[in-house]
Design a binder for this molecule. Structure first.
Ligand code: SF4
Length: 752
């Protein structure tokens, strides 16, 4: 309880709210008087953070009422991007937006309207519900880069994604392309505690990260070579007889075929591809397989590797299966969806989207596992076995680069409107120059936002959205967990902010969906969702205050009772679902999107290997650059370069340098570190400069240091299974910026 607030003061309320400045959704206690928050602190009773808040969480009050927040609905006055705005009412904004969407649907079909959403700070099911009822299959997030292909590939193989790591009795944790030391404070704290009790930690990461510093074994692989490493681990585990014979005999199909398939993928074969010593590869495989139970913690590195991503996540999934580290105590758990509360999927109204509209989902002809062809098949298997399906929002989306291309080219059909919700596409999506052109070109652009971002600067309407302290949050891991942690608004939204739920509902009502939105507030909808839990409460707020969270009793080895949600009801080491979708049934080696072996000419021009980097404190994706207290911690962007390489290039610590790929160039400052290979460059992502002009041509300096300028979304560089585009393992070159002022640079392919 707060040391600074006198709780005996009359009128003080303590509200159980949360932080959603990253995916952890830490609990926050807010001390409220007369509708104003006096102070916040970490909620000691929240099972996620147990009272702790990181530096981002601690600035929540700055975020709440920052002078740069968008607080009223705005309509563009001048030319697009001119920075001239007119304040209007919500009613006017919603009436005009609804009229335009109706017109687009009549002229071009509902599929001409698309939506882009941010990460776990929007009301996802409400957006999906609106889009399904409107008739468009074309919603998307950065889902293809972040867990979703992993979820779907793993679900194809063993019927659910084992994202719940049961660490308490684990003996070995593999952190594969994941650095909670920088991106997940509560998780890192747990690992530190478990290490004291003997947990072995393997870190697979090109960079010597905060988490690597705690590891028993660090495997600094070439960025993008995860597939080669996973195949070699399968080879070692199977051919050295380290697999779980009983689990394979009783629960799997296809072991002999898999064994033959990986026979030639030896550590010696993988060594030149991964830049790892074969003995180090063996040591890692043995450590994971012989210290049971064990876990492989998912990270986004594989999801972001483009071409080999789907095969790599497939191979990584098989490692769990052949070692029997599935749904056993201390292993990775197949929780399945909640049987008890109403899931996101059940709120989405997916059954209302006609089949002919599902077939129009952009990208679904190529990237089937993350769109209706694959999702539909897998969702049905899940319903047959678990009784419910994973959420369609995130798991079943349009392919974002293909949507931006459709805006620019009219192929496969015209896309006329983009509704953006708490995301900044120019800085968040691959090949930023293409995204920027698409946002400049799209006929109708509406953004629901906290800030004036480079993307909202180009919008026709910018609508003010409520933050974490101003809305109830129903945390159930994108609607795919069997538990819920429920938090409440600390205060009603300030100024004229509203929740996304309000936006989608009010827009839906104007477009003839009134009967489908029976809940007037998000609390009413959440109450409907938790009611089946049977706690006997009369409102959602009462649930938060008296119950707070619901974790079902843990049941291990559920497959013994219900089987796995695959066609054979077993773990499919040879996947029939992937084969039916036209993909390899076993993972086969493909090189990274750009690499020195397949394209030596390109490697001569671009001799270094780029990874566009993971999360780093104190920012999150492209967020929080406005907040002075966080910019004090990092005022400028830094890229990591080995001192040997820097020396050869005449680069000193702190110099501004250009980083260039075939797509363009950006500049960041050099951070000389021995913690990466001399051939690897690691950049920071998300950077833009809110202190710059909020209009064309500056647009907050959105291209200058933005790593997405460097990435590739070309179809040839995308994962053919899940559609991930290439953020990592690309070829690049680095050279010093002659003029070291931050404002003098230019970008792109102009060669300046
Ligand atoms: S930003 Fe920090 S406090 Fe907020 S949810 Fe993430 S880890 Fe928790």
């Amino acid at each position: 309880m707060s040391k600074n607030i006198d709780l005996t003061q009359e009128g003080i309320q303590v509200k159980r709210s949360c932080c959603f400045f990253c995916h952890q959704n830490c609990g926050v206690l807010a001390y409220v008087k007369d509708g104003r928050i006096l102070e916040i602190e970490g909620d000691p009773n929240n099972p996620t953070n147990q009272g702790a808040l990181c530096c981002r969480g601690n600035i929540a009050l700055k975020h709440l009422d920052h002078p740069a927040r968008v607080n009223y609905p705005l309509k563009r006055k001048g030319k697009r991007g001119s920075g001239e705005w007119e304040r209007i009412s919500w009613d006017q904004a919603l009436d005009e937006i609804a009229a335009k969407l109706d017109q687009i649907r009549n002229e071009f079909g509902a599929e001409a309207v698309t939506t882009a959403g941010g990460t776990q700070r929007t009301d996802d099911w409400a957006r999906r519900r609106f889009m399904n009822l409107y008739g468009s299959p074309n919603g998307f997030h950065n889902a293809h880069l972040c867990w979703i292909p992993t979820f779907m590939v793993e679900t194809a193989i063993y019927g659910w994604c084992p994202f719940e790591t049961d660490l308490t009795s684990s003996r070995c944790l593999v952190q594969w392309g994941h650095n909670p030391g920088a991106s997940g404070m509560p998780e890192m704290r747990g690992i530190n505690d478990l290490k004291q009790k003997g947990l072995k930690v393997i870190v697979i990461d090109p960079k010597f990260t905060e988490t690597a510093s705690k590891a028993d074994l660090w495997l600094p692989l070439r960025p993008g070579s995860d597939l080669a490493l996973a195949l070699a681990w399968l080879n070692v585990i199977i051919w050295e007889g380290l697999y779980d014979a009983a689990f394979i005999e009783n629960c799997c199909v296809g072991f002999n075929e898999l064994a033959q398939h990986v026979k030639d993928y030896t550590p010696e074969w993988a060594a030149p591809l991964t830049w790892l010593d074969p003995e180090l590869i063996r040591e890692g495989a043995r450590m994971y397989a012989t210290n049971k139970p064990g876990n492989i913690q998912w990270g986004v590195a594989i999801d972001q590797s483009g071409t080999p991503a789907g095969a790599a996540m497939h191979a990584r999934a098989l490692l769990r299966a052949v070692t029997g580290n599935l749904d056993a105590p201390g292993s990775d758990l197949l929780t399945g969806p909640s049987k008890e509360f109403i899931t996101d999927e059940e709120m989405e109204a997916n059954e209302w989207l006609p089949e002919e509209q599902k077939a129009k989902q952009i990208g679904s002809d190529r990237y089937k596992i993350t769109s209706w062809p694959g999702y539909g098949k897998i969702a049905q298997l899940c319903k047959d076995v678990w009784g419910k399906a994973p959420t369609a929002e995130w798991m079943c989306e349009a392919h974002p680069p293909s949507v931006y291309r459709a805006i620019l080219t009219g192929e496969p059909y015209p896309v006329k409107a983009l509704l953006v919700s708490a995301t900044n596409p120019v800085n968040s999506y691959g090949e930023s120059l293409q995204v920027l052109e698409a946002l400049r070109k799209v006929d109708f652009l509406v953004t629901c936002e906290y800030w004036m971002t480079p993307s909202s600067m180009l919008s026709d309407y910018v609508l003010p959205i409520a933050g974490a302290l101003e809305r109830p949050t129903f945390h159930s891991v994108y609607g795919c967990s069997d538990f819920v942690i429920a938090t409440q608004r600390a205060i009603q939204p300030m100024y004229e902010r509203r929740t996304d739920f309000d936006f989608w509902r009010d827009l839906g009502i104007r477009l003839g969906q009134a009967e489908m939105w029976p809940w007037e507030t998000l609390e009413e909808a959440n109450y409907y969702r938790i009611y089946p839990l049977g706690y006997g409460v009369s409102s959602y707020d009462e649930f938060v205050e008296k119950v707070f969270y619901h974790f079902p009793e843990r049941e291990y080895y559920k497959y013994g009772r219900i089987g796995f949600a695959t066609p054979s009801r077993r773990v499919e080491l040879v996947s029939s679902t992937l084969a039916e979708l036209g993909y390899p049934s076993m993972p086969t080696y493909i090189g990274p999107a750009e690499n020195e072996n397949d394209d030596p000419d390109l490697a001569e021009k671009f001799p270094l290997v780029l990874t566009t980097g993971g999360g780093f404190m104190p920012f999150h994706h492209s967020e929080h650059f406005q907040i002075e207290e966080l910019r004090f911690l990092r005022y400028e962007p830094y890229m990591d370069i080995n001192p040997t390489t820097a020396d050869k290039l005449g680069i000193k610590d702190g110099d501004w340098v250009w980083i260039e790929t075939e797509r363009g160039r950006i500049k960041q400052k050099a951070n000389l570190t021995q913690g990466i290979h001399p051939r690897v460059i690691v950049t920071q992502r998300g950077w833009w400069y809110p202190e710059r002009e909020a209009c064309e041509p500056e647009l907050g300096g959105c291209l200058e240091s933005n790593t997405n300028v460097l990435t590739s979304v070309a179809d040839k560089d995308c994962d053919p299974i899940g559609g991930s585009w290439a953020n990592r393992g690309l070829l690049c070159r680095v050279y010093k910026v002659e003029s070291s002022t931050i404002t003098s640079g230019s970008n792109g392919k102009d060669g300046k």
